[in-house]
Write a protein that binds this ligand. Structure first.
Ligand code: SF4
Ligand code: SF4
Length: 351
């Protein structure tokens, strides 16, 4: 049996057992808790989903440690951090060494700029996995990131982490019309770097992209990207960003595991000021907020919130209702849905 089919069976089983328990009032804890730790960042990437929003207060070290203790007692397995740039938080190692000490698995998503010889050991010790962004070869990456040293710093970050024996390194690349023609150069670099995973994704209609539709691939580019992925997926260990949604009858040609949005079933995200939403890509606003850990108990927010994900609200969409992939796709990505972009099958005529 293929990995794809096995994962599909596993995911269906997960939905069914979760929803059975949910109907009986028994909600299992989230397996992954993501912490969107800051909106501060040293770079200015054109496609960023954050707008460097200013929060008057970020959670304090002790508030985060308290959360970490709670989620560990609640039997969540993973605590991972993203931003903004997480390495701008001075307490990042204190918090994550504590998380590891009490048995959580950990991960970090960073632009790599601040990874150096001195902290790479601490990163490798305190995080089970690290994800670094790389969007093209030298000129293209630096132009997108708005900083002439960002490419070099990202490449060096990978090499420092490899020398410090980081357990899993992922490169994440966001493909837009700006780097689409640089894909082969980028692939060559990924091959040279010998990272564990290459995650390929596209922009979402949030942050700086909200008002910039030019950053979405056109039909031809998207279909060519899929062909590229199909051809290189094994050699370069490519994984697709979930926001691309279900890709129709050929979904298994592009990924080893079917599309799955884990929000409300396996995952939730703690925002900069303690608000709780589904995932870090979801804008931190009323549409997605389910509560705040400074005001309500985290367990209660998880168990009583997240109704729209668990109640099959996606079937209100007439296309989803009659779709043959609805039991796997469940309406696609909730962030892409903000601009009705959730269905790649219809957008790119993939059926
Ligand atoms: S119609 Fe809805 S359920 Fe079907 S693939 Fe598109 S987004 Fe997913
Ligand atoms: S809402 Fe979209 S970006 Fe967030 S976890 Fe689901 S598929 Fe991924």
């Amino acid at each position: 049996m293929s990995n794809y089919l096995l994962s599909k069976i596993k995911i269906r089983g997960l939905y069914n057992s979760f929803l059975l328990g949910y109907d009986l009032g028994q909600v299992p804890p989230p397996k992954f808790v993501v912490w969107d730790c800051t909106r501060r960042c040293n770079l200015n990437c054109k496609h960023c989903g954050a707008k460097k929003e200013v929060y008057l207060k970020e959670l304090t070290t002790s508030q985060v440690k308290d959360l970490v203790k709670k989620i560990s007692e609640y039997k969540s397995e993973y605590f991972v951090v993203t931003g903004g740039e997480p390495l701008l938080r001075e307490d990042i190692f204190e918090i994550f060494s504590f998380a590891k000490e009490i048995g959580l698995k950990t991960g970090i998503a960073t632009n790599g700029f601040f990874v150096d010889k001195n902290n790479s050991k601490a990163i490798s010790e305190n995080f089970d996995s690290a994800q670094i962004s790389l969007d093209g070869s030298l000129y293209v990456h630096n132009k997108i990131r708005g900083d002439n040293s960002s490419f070099q710093r990202a490449i060096e970050a990978v090499s420092f982490l490899q020398r410090a024996h980081c357990r899993q390194i992922t490169i994440c690349s966001v493909i837009t019309p700006e780097n689409f023609n640089d894909l082969n150069n980028l692939a060559k670099k990924i091959e040279e770097l010998k990272v564990d995973i290459w995650k390929i994704t596209s922009v979402m209609p949030i942050g700086r992209v909200e008002k910039n539709d030019n950053l979405f691939l056109n039909d031809e580019q998207f279909r060519n990207l899929l062909l590229f992925i199909k051809k290189n997926k094994k050699k370069l260990r490519i994984r697709l960003g979930e926001n691309l949604g279900h890709l129709g009858k050929d979904d298994k040609e592009y990924r080893d595991e079917p599309f799955f949005c884990p929000v409300g079933f396996l995952t939730c995200c703690i925002g900069v000021d303690g608000s709780v939403r589904g995932c870090p890509e979801q804008p931190d606003n009323q549409l997605f907020r389910e509560g705040n850990i400074l005001e309500n108990d985290f367990k209660e927010i998880w168990e009583k919130g997240f109704k729209k994900y668990r109640n099959k609200n996606f079937l209100e969409d007439k296309n989803c209702k009659k779709c043959i992939f609805k039991n796997d796709c469940r309406g696609g990505c909730w962030v892409m849905r903000l601009k009705s972009l959730q269905c790649s099958i219809m957008r790119y005529s993939l059926l």
